[in-house]
Design a protein around this ligand. Structure first.
Ligand code: GLU
Length: 507
């Protein structure tokens, strides 16, 4: 079967060992873009063969993260499909069968060495590695008779199954991003494929058997798995599955914002950004880690930002919808070099995505906070206010600081602003302006502006003086959008009330 005929099937295969790291999200996203682009399938597999590292709640957390981010799967845990079960802990019998295939073919062997025996060997031989050069000095089915092996197993002795790697072979890994990687098989050790203790395979065996049985066409994963790839190629070969071996693509590392070294949770803590999609409560330590969702990031912004960590469309287009990314994505254009995690750029993306949403959409996101603050306001009114201030914020949660005065009249007046903007004749001028405003029937923004500007000119006042003092009376400080937008939105009654009070207090 040629590559062109093969249906594209990719998988995201996390181990449920805790919260999903943002690098894992990037990996899933690239798989998703690639699958959708080729009309292929995306499989969600849980690799839980390491029971020591299993963390309850991790699987649900990962699924919830993808729901929030808008990455959907076609098959897998919680999605169903023809290739299940999709949780490796439920596939023991399958792995046992394939371990037996390798044993029967003489491509794997049973080893009984105890941890103490292995330790003794390590002390005896510098840089000891369990491989062709040492395996005949060990206690395994290559050195023991068949009767001894059968007896040990019958006695319930614990054992592992090791992959018998032939030395001095060139192993070629063809990687869509890295090109051809060649290593000599002698540097590999006889990896453990299966442990009798828990009757479970190790990651390597389960991963290869599942990719094969699930008809995975492309393995797109993080660079940290590149060192395992030669071993995986040898496993495909040992099973005789070379013809349907998936294409590999190892994605570049995510680097610290400064660029030196791998991004870690500590960088996030140090610089104040999350490295997890959702808030995570570690069930063992009780420790809480921040998540992008709870910190107020929009999922579209997170996705757009991640898409560009290791890939770009070949021009300087930065803002892309998921559909555009699906169209433009090109696995061959992914970079080999690590991608700096420029979290400030993500804040910029969030700002852009807040701006791209309609005022009403942003208002709807803001309503719950208003309610929590005990503010009663119609969606219409909030929409108008959001329209006036949303270009000032990066996050919906920053709206309140920028528009609270629309909902709550100032009770205090910012000292610095008063000093600078409230002049000797301000009280007098504001009293006059108040009366001018009271006389306006059409309190629309345009009409107020027309009448007030004419009055200023007729009186020979300075526009700046009037507007600054006016702002102070309505807002309580020197910030906010255009003055008549504020008074127009507050309405005549509220505007006059606030002016009266300010004049009274400031005199
Ligand atoms: N279970 C591995 C992980 O946690 C999967 C690696 C792979 O994609 O082969 O990332």
């Amino acid at each position: 079967m040629t590559m062109a005929e093969r249906k594209v099937r990719v998988r995201f295969a996390p181990s449920p060992t805790g919260a999903l790291h943002i690098g894992g999200v990037r990996t899933a996203l690239y798989n998703y873009l690639f699958a959708r682009q080729h009309g292929g399938d995306m499989v969600f597999r849980i690799e839980d063969t390491d029971s020591n590292r299993f963390v309850p709640g991790a699987e649900e957390y990962i699924l919830e993260s993808f729901r929030w981010l808008g990455i959907d799967f076609d098959e897998g845990v919680s999605f169903g499909g023809q290739h299940g079960p999709y949780r490796q802990s439920e596939r023991r019998a399958i792995y046992q069968q394939y371990v037996q295939v390798l044993l029967d073919a003489g491509k794997a062997y049973i080893a009984f060495d105890t941890p103490q025996e292995l330790e003794a060997k390590r002390n005896e031989i510098a840089n000891f590695q369990y491989d062709a050069s040492t395996r005949l000095q060990m206690r395994n089915s290559l050195t023991l008779s068949k009767e001894e092996v059968d007896q040990l197993i019958a006695d319930g002795t614990q054992y592992v199954v090791r992959f018998k790697i032939e030395p001095n072979e060139q192993v070629h890994v063809n990687d869509l991003i890295r090109g051809e990687v060649v290593i000599n098989s002698s540097i590999l050790d006889d990896k453990v494929l299966y442990k009798s203790a828990d009757q479970l395979p190790t990651y390597h065996l389960a991963n290869i058997v599942d990719d094969h049985l699930m008809e995975i066409s492309h393995v797109i994963r993080g660079e940290e798995w590149l060192p395992s790839a030669p071993l995986h190629v040898l496993l495909y070969r040992a099973f005789g599955w070379e013809d349907t071996m998936p294409q590999f693509a190892h994605l570049p590392l995510l680097l610290k914002p400064e660029g030196n070294g791998k991004l870690s949770k500590r960088d996030g803590d140090r610089l104040g950004f999350p490295v997890f999609p959702l808030e995570w409560h570690d069930p063992k330590t009780g420790e809480m880690s921040h998540g992008y969702r709870e910190e107020g990031y929009l999922p579209e912004a997170v996705i757009n930002f991640l898409a560009l960590l290791g890939w770009n469309p070949g021009n300087d287009q930065e803002i892309m919808t998921m559909d555009e990314m699906i169209q433009l994505f090109d696995i061959n254009r992914c970079s080999k070099a690590g991608a700096k995690f420029d979290y400030k750029k993500l804040i910029w993306f969030n700002h852009e995505y807040v701006l791209m949403k309609s005022d009403e959409e942003v208002a709807a996101l803001f309503m719950p906070e208003l309610k929590e603050r005990g503010i009663e306001a119609s969606l219409d009114k909030v929409t108008t206010i959001v329209g006036l201030v949303k270009n000032r914020v990066n996050f919906v949660k920053e709206l309140w600081d920028n528009c609270h005065y629309f909902f709550v009249a100032p009770t205090e007046y910012d000292e610095k602003t008063v000093k600078k903007r409230w002049k000797e004749n301000s009280a007098q001028q504001m009293t006059e302006l108040r009366d001018v405003l009271q006389g306006i029937d059409d309190f629309s923004i345009e009409n107020q502006e027309k009448v007030v500007m004419a009055w200023i000119e007729a009186q020979g006042y300075k526009t700046g003086d009037i507007m600054n003092a006016f702002r102070l009376t309505l807002v309580g400080e020197g910030k906010g959008p255009h003055m008549f937008d504020i008074s127009g939105t507050l309405g005549k009654e509220e505007t006059l009330k606030r002016m009266d009070r300010a004049i009274e207090v400031l005199k």
